[in-house]
Design a binder for this molecule. Structure first.
Ligand SMILES: *Cc1c(COP(=O)(O)O)cnc(C)c1O
Length: 417
């Protein structure tokens, strides 16, 4: 459910016509619906209302400050993966006791900043990281709350690049080795073992991998408790999928029912790190058709947004919907929708049946709210797009379009070059 709908032939975001925003800010631009963001957060939290839980929205899916603030206002915490994300969390006044820190490569300065911020828990991904956190915490005279990110070796049945919980993955510590590392952690003076963590992948459209993972993790939690560990938190990561094309992912209610059943009797506070499901369908990327080129083998609709703005199709070959901003044209065509970048991988859609777009038409790339702007780059020296949020009838520019001066910020030409 989202608030991008047609009124007559015009695509609206809540109460505002997308074409009016394009006239105001130019193209391309990302557009987010505040009501949709709120609705997703509320649907998720209310599904888990019957059990102790903390929602830690995964910042990397969409890290715009206005999006983060929307979630903090609704009581959310954050899952962060870098010092930069901690900085963002602090900008929006997130309660640090609702922040968890994941990632295989935390640096000492990042660990130090997180300890100084007094975050709830580090999700530790290697034995050496345990030692580093212990050492940094000792130096600061602090105790670090930790969970070990356990790799349950479950196939999430999703794209290989976003599968994270199998033996071959760089993430986490294999479940067979976890107990030993928990014992080592317990002996480290500046660590406080408070949780168990797992995150098996992203864009999961079935419940069974989640349930299978919990079955394995449950045994570990029980063993740890028997050994006297005070496990207070079970962090189940994120990963719930969304509809891009015709996927039918579980609803938050279905997901919650399965999880609540699978964790029954464990007596822990559940932590969730949803990213994509909160923001994916709350955003579009709007772009303008520059040229329509009819080739011998293929037709191309060349638009002013590209792989630097939205990397998912190029990176994962993933599907993004292409919708007209004005749907009055009934004629159809089959074409690749491509950007101006000098790479054959620069496409937003391939061999897609779409409306017969003409030069100057506006298109909406749907489901672009997650891993869209956050993966954007300046490749081909393209300034990054603005981000706009609509709330009711308000159009709020929440990030300005970058300028050419932004492109060269920090660069210099040393004398003699
Ligand atoms: C990316 C990530 C998430 C969010 O995943 P989604 O599929 O967007 O819900 C949660 N936890 C960790 C550790 C992650 O790396």
């Amino acid at each position: 459910m989202n608030h991008f709908e047609y009124q007559g032939n015009d695509l609206y975001c809540e109460d505002v016509a997308v074409k009016d925003i394009a006239a105001q800010v130019g193209t391309p631009f990302y557009l987010y619906s505040h009501a949709t963001l709120s609705r997703h957060m509320q649907a998720f939290t209310s599904a888990f209302a019957s059990v102790p839980h903390i929602v830690c929205y995964s910042i990397k899916a969409n890290s715009n400050l206005a999006v983060l603030k929307t979630f903090v206002t609704l009581g959310s915490g954050f899952d962060m993966v870098s010092g930069g994300e901690l900085f963002r969390a602090q900008q929006v006044g997130c309660d640090p006791q609702k922040i968890v820190y994941s990632g295989v490569g935390k640096t000492e300065p990042e660990i130090e900043a997180a300890l100084n911020a007094n975050i709830l828990m580090f999700n530790v991904e290697s034995p050496q990281e345990l030692e580093t956190i212990d050492r940094v915490a000792g130096r600061l005279g602090k105790k670090a709350g930790i969970a070990i990110r356990v790799n349950p070796d479950v196939d999430p049945q999703t794209h290989p690049y976003i599968s994270t919980g199998m033996k071959q993955a760089k993430f986490g510590i294999n479940i067979s080795q976890a107990l030993e590392d928990y014992r080592r952690a317990a002996a480290m003076p500046n660590l406080e073992v408070i949780g168990v963590d797992c995150h098996i992948g992203s864009q999961l459209t079935k419940l069974s991998p989640f349930v299978d993972a919990i079955k394995k993790i449950r045994e570990l939690v029980e063993t740890l408790k028997q050994e006297g560990f005070a496990i207070k938190y079970l962090d189940l990561g994120g990963g719930l999928g969304i509809t891009y094309e015709d996927e039918e992912p579980p609803t938050p209610t279905d997901y919650a029912e399965a999880i609540i059943e699978a964790t029954k009797g464990l007596d822990v506070t559940l932590i969730f790190e949803p990213g994509r499901m909160m923001v994916g369908n709350a955003g579009i990327l709007a772009a303008k058709v520059l040229y329509v080129k009819e080739g011998e083998a293929k037709n191309f609709v060349i638009v002013d947004a590209a792989m630097n703005d939205l990397a998912r199709p190029a990176l994962y070959g993933s599907y993004q919907g292409i919708e007209p901003v004005d749907r009055s044209t009934k004629e159809r065509m089959v074409a690749d929708v491509v950007g101006p970048i000098c790479e054959s991988g620069d496409f937003l859609a391939q061999d897609r049946e779409i409306p017969a777009f003409k030069q100057g038409d506006l298109i909406a790339v749907s489901s672009a709210g997650a891993y869209g702007f956050t993966m954007a780059s300046n490749y081909n020296s393209r300034p990054r797009t603005p981000e706009v949020m609509v709330k009711g009838d308000q159009v709020l520019v929440i990030r300005q379009r970058e300028t050419y001066d932004d492109l060269i910020k920090g660069e210099s030409i040393p004398e003699g070059i």
